[in-house]
Every structure is written in C-alpha cells, then in structure tokens.
Write a protein that binds this ligand. Structure first.
Ligand code: ADP
Ligand code: MG
Length: 243
C-alpha cells in the first residue's frame, strides 16, 4: 500500500514536470515558428532574428538537458568516494568561469577523510548547480567559500557560502519548485534536481540567506562507516557470485 502510494505520488510529480517542460518549451518554439513563417512570407529574416532563434534553441536545449538528468532511466552506480575530491573536481571545472566574474573560491576542508557512497556524476551536478547559482548571485564578484566538516563519524557537511544578492525570506519556500526562477534566462530546475539527487543519497539540503549579504547552502551526507563499508562489500560479492 505504502509502495503504491509512493509510486502514485511519484507519477503525479513526473506528470507535473512533463507538463511544465512542455509549457516552457512551447514559448521558444512559438518564437522559432514565427520567424520561419516570416522568412517564408517575406524572405526578410535578418541576423538579429537569427541570433534570437539561436538563443531560443539554446534555451530549449538547456531545459531538456536539465530535465534529462532526472528523467533519463540511467543506471545509477554508487561508488565509494572522498567528498573532498568530488568538490575539487567541480571547483577546477568552474574556476575559469568564476575568474571571469572576479570570483575566487576559498576552500576549508577537514583533514580527515570523508568517504561517502555516491553516484559521482550526479553529485557533481549538484555542486555545479549550487556553485553556478552562487556565481550568478555575485555580479560584482567576491568570494565563495566551500567548507567541508565532519559531524562525528556519521555525516559530513558541505557548506557553500556566497556574498551575493541573497534570497528574500518569502521566496525561500518556493526554491525547489520546478521552473521557479528569479532570473531572466533561468530554467528554475537546478535546485529541484539537486534536492532529488541529495535525497537519493540519503542526505539533506538546507538554504539560509540574507538579502544583500549572501546565501549559505548546506548539504549533509552520510559518511561511510566501517560497518556500512563491510555491508557494501558483502552485497558486491553477492552480486558477483550471483547468489
Ligand atoms: P535557475 O538558476 O535556473 O533560476 P535554480 O533552481 O538553480 O534555477 O534557482 C532558482 C532561483 O533561486 C534562482 O533563480 C534565484 O532566484 C534563487 N537562488 C538560488 N541560489 C541563489 C543564490 N545563491 N543567491 C541568490 N539567489 C539564489
Ligand atoms: Mg541555477
């Protein structure tokens, strides 16, 4: 019964998402159609029209791309990884973009290892989404700090703090609603996708913000303990021997 309930809830979410995607894509499609019609009737499509068409196509691509991360029936492979390495990878990926915006990443990591079980690419996507939001919130540049701290032996907390425009209090509950965006060319999918991925990692995501001061996004993930490690090894060897 619970399973059925869970599944039907999931279906409605997927249905809602699909309706949202259809809606979001219809606007740029209408623009594209209009310009093509114009060309057919007058032959007067100019380079300004074409660059609008290109950016509309890019927008469709962006929405579909972000949506696919959720909808694609991908094989998820959880692997053991030190979360500090995951963040290092993401930071080097975004470093040059940050530099262009006069932004510097400052990291303070615990010296102890922070081994977690994760789907590497999905978790990277989460940190990319959050760091991109931080960058986009800081048009004047500044620092983005990334703190990694162990909470005993149970979990690890990753806090990403920006010095950006902040989020008004009444907006906070809307974060994570699909297609909710405060940006002219945002998709409003980044936080929702991130929340889903963190949930699937048995973690939590918390957002605190002050207008004109900045935002802190804190992600907590369960650490691999010796016991859970042994458990993973046992199930892997079972899988192997096909028992
Ligand atoms: P998008 O970035 O495409 O708009 P997101 O789901 O990533 O979609 O974010 C939704 C909205 O939340 C953003 O448009 C922005 O208004 C707000 N937001 C998210 N992160 C931050 C941040 N670090 N600082 C200020 N506003 C933010
Ligand atoms: Mg975003």
């Amino acid at each position: 019964m619970e399973e059925l309930l869970r599944r039907s809830e999931k279906l409605t979410t997927v249905g809602q998402l699909a309706a949202g995607v259809a809606h979001e894509i219809r606007n740029p499609l209408t623009t594209l159609r209009g310009f093509l019609q114009l060309q057919l009737e007058t032959g007067k499509l100019n380079s300004r029209h074409i660059s609008i068409m290109l950016s509309e196509l890019d927008r469709i691509n962006l929405i579909v791309g972000e949506f696919l991360i959720l909808a694609k029936p991908q094989v998820t492979r959880f692997e053991e990884k030190d979360v500090r390495l995951v963040l290092d990878d993401v930071i080097s990926l975004l470093d040059s973009q940050a530099h262009l915006c006069d932004i510097e990443f400052v990291t303070t990591y615990t010296e102890e290892s922070c081994r977690i079980s994760c789907e590497d690419n999905q978790l990277k996507q989460v940190f990319i989404n959050i760091l991109k939001n931080a960058i986009e919130a800081m048009p004047e540049g500044g620092h983005i700090t990334i703190d990694i701290e162990r909470k005993g032996n149970q979990s690890v907390a990753i806090a990403i703090t920006d010095q950006g425009i902040g989020i008004p209090e009444d907006i906070i509950p809307k974060l994570g609603d699909p297609f909710f965006t405060g940006k002219e060319s945002g998709t409003g999918l980044g936080i929702m996708v991130s929340q889903r991925i963190i949930q699937s990692h048995q973690g939590t995501m918390d957002i605190n913000s002050r207008v004109n001061e900045g935002t802190v996004v804190t992600i907590t993930l369960p650490l691999l303990t010796e016991e859970s490690q042994a458990h993973i090894e046992v199930s892997a060897s079972r899988e192997h021997s096909n028992v």
